[in-house]
Design a protein around this ligand. Sequence first.
Ligand code: PLP
Length: 410
Amino acid sequence: MQALKQYDGKYWKNLFDSRVGKTTWPYGSGVWSKKEWVLPEIDSDDIVSAFEGNSNLFWAERYGKEYLKMSDLWVKHCGISHTGSFKDLGMTVLVSQVNRLKKMNKPVVGVGCASTGDTSAALSAYCAAAGIPSIVFLPANKISIAQLVQPIANGAFVLSLDTDFDGCMQLIREVTSELPIYLANSLNSLRLEGQKTAAIEILQQFDWEVPDWVIVPGGNLGNIYAFYKGFNMCKELGLVDRLPRLVCAQAANANPLYLYYKSGWKDFKPVRANTTFASAIQIGDPVSIDRAVYALKNCDGIVEEATEEELMDAMAQADSTGMFICPHTGVALTALNKLRNSGVIGKTDRTVVVSTAHGLKFTQSKTDYHSKDIKDMACRLANPPVSVKADFGSVMDVLQKYLLSKVPKY
Ligand SMILES: *Cc1c(COP(=O)(O)O)cnc(C)c1O
């Protein structure tokens, strides 16, 4: 920070703005366009990038107006990315550094991670691009097919283990302390350095105006801290003059941070995480708990939770207004809904919901919902296809009924 402070906020804003939309290596990446703040000493030739970042900040106009009575709602689509989740932002930094270490002949043979799905997809892709072996520990039967197929296709060595995420995490920590495998989990701060650029990017996309709220779904809790760090650096280095308030949104089935928050930060207890459609945040013993609490305390943050029905309904509502979000984003939207209902978030507050993965990675949960094939869930917004006989009369009948339901006097 001392070194970066030699330049003022205006210098940094101009520098970052001058790189947007260019292909000059490596600055076309939303992460490496902030290289001086991320990993300044790396040689550009050692960087492994897929031009991640620069993701769409979507004005959720219809969703905001119809479901939340608010006008200034934005969804930061971090999942529109190389492997379909925000994990790319951190993985480009970590794999670049490993690439550099290998060139310096350090004893690193491969890179390993435990994952709820998206981390392994990102790790495998970036390692494959650089020709570095990747090793992935996954909990058997707890991630989506789309997530599983990514590391397989990218040539990772995939171990499917009969335990949950927390069990995989424990094992990989033990294994990497014995073998020349570099540990790629988010307790590794290189990943958070990359992820924090999403916060800087949000400010940049608002022409360096600070939103009032930023809502982030949290599991292992690295990302909520990364957002805080990005915003806080912009404040400390004079690009903006305040911080947004952060909200961390958890699934009620995996809510150790929520319980800790509700206890007035008195008593942290890991929980046994239950199955949730938001499978990437099914974590009961988050490794970045201390960082998350530090972040939330320093920005007057809030923690909320979402039940399975709430998060699936929120996802279906958002989809019906033209988005195609993942269940984790449904958790964040539920948190927003609750804070709007309680009046904590006001009608005109500028609010950003962070969408963490692409909805196409979670089509099974959407299919189950729209087929009303989920136990103990009403699936109120299900929109199943209608089977019709393939003749003119039957098709006309069905269409006329449909049009009447849209415009009663049609
Ligand atoms: C990893 C992940 C999260 C959670 O991020 P943490 O840093 O573990 O809190 C949320 N959503 C998706 C889609 C993820 O892949």
